[in-house]
Design a protein around this ligand. Structure first.
Ligand code: FE2
Ligand code: FE2
Length: 198
C-alpha cells in the first residue's frame, strides 16, 4: 500500500521544484550565449511553466492544497533560489563563458531532481487506483519524455562546453541533440559517440 501522506509530500515537492524551475530557466536563459542552447532553454522554460500547471491540476483532482506547506517544500525552495543566486553571481562577475557554464551546471542539478520526481510519480501512478491513477498517469505521460530531454540534453551541453573551455575538442551542439536522446542508454551512447569522434 502506498503511503498517501508521503505521496502528497512528493507531489507538493514536485510542484515547488517546477515553480523554482521556471526561475532557474529564466536566469539560465540570461546566461546563455550559444544561440542553440538559448533557444533550447527557452523551449524548456515554456515546458516547465506547463509542468507547473499540470501539477496544479493534479493537486486539484486529488484534493491536495497546492499551497499547503511541508518541511520538504522549504528545502526545495531554498535549493532552487541558491541555484538562481549562483547564476546571478556568475553573471555579475562578468565572464560570459564562465556564467554560461555555471548555468549549465545549475540546470543539470535542477533537472536531476525534476527527472527523479517524475520517475517516482510514474511509479506511484502504477500503484494507485481509480481516478487518482488516471489523473497521475495522464500527467506523467505528458511530462516524462520532456524531462528526459531536459536532463540528457543539458548534460550534453555541460560536458561539451566544459571541454571547449579546456581547449579540448568539443562537439557543439552536443551529440545528444542530433540523436534526440530521450533515455539513459541513449545518453550513454551519445557520450560514447562524442568520445569516438574526438
Ligand atoms: Fe519539469
Ligand atoms: Fe525539467
Amino acid at each position: 500500500m502506498i503511503k498517501k501522506a508521503q505521496l502528497e509530500e512528493l507531489i507538493l515537492q514536485s510542484l515547488e521544484h517546477e515553480r523554482g524551475g521556471v526561475l532557474v530557466y529564466e536566469a539560465a536563459v540570461k546566461c546563455a550565449i550559444q544561440k542553440d542552447l538559448k533557444k533550447e532553454w527557452e523551449e524548456y522554460l515554456g515546458q516547465t511553466r506547463s509542468h507547473v500547471q499540470i501539477l496544479e491540476s493534479v493537486c486539484r483532482e486529488m484534493k491536495i492544497d497546492p499551497e499547503a506547506e511541508s518541511p520538504g517544500k522549504d528545502i526545495v525552495r531554498h535549493l532552487g533560489s541558491a541555484l538562481v543566486q549562483a547564476m546571478q553571481l556568475a553573471k555579475k562577475n562578468g565572464k560570459p563563458d564562465a556564467a554560461q557554464l555555471v548555468a549549465c551546471e545549475c540546470v543539470v542539478l535542477a533537472e536531476t531532481k525534476d527527472h527523479a520526481d517524475w520517475e517516482l510519480l510514474a511509479k506511484c501512478a502504477e500503484k494507485l487506483n481509480g481516478k487518482e491513477k488516471e489523473v497521475l498517469t495522464a500527467a506523467c505521460e505528458k511530462v516524462e519524455e520532456e524531462e528526459d530531454e531536459h536532463l540528457y540534453h543539458t548534460k550534453g551541453w555541460c560536458r561539451e562546453l566544459w571541454l571547449d573551455s579546456l581547449g579540448l575538442e568539443a562537439v557543439l551542439p552536443p551529440p545528444e541533440e542530433k540523436k534526440n536522446v530521450k533515455t539513459a542508454i541513449g545518453a550513454a551512447r551519445a557520450k560514447q559517440a562524442s568520445e569516438r569522434g574526438r
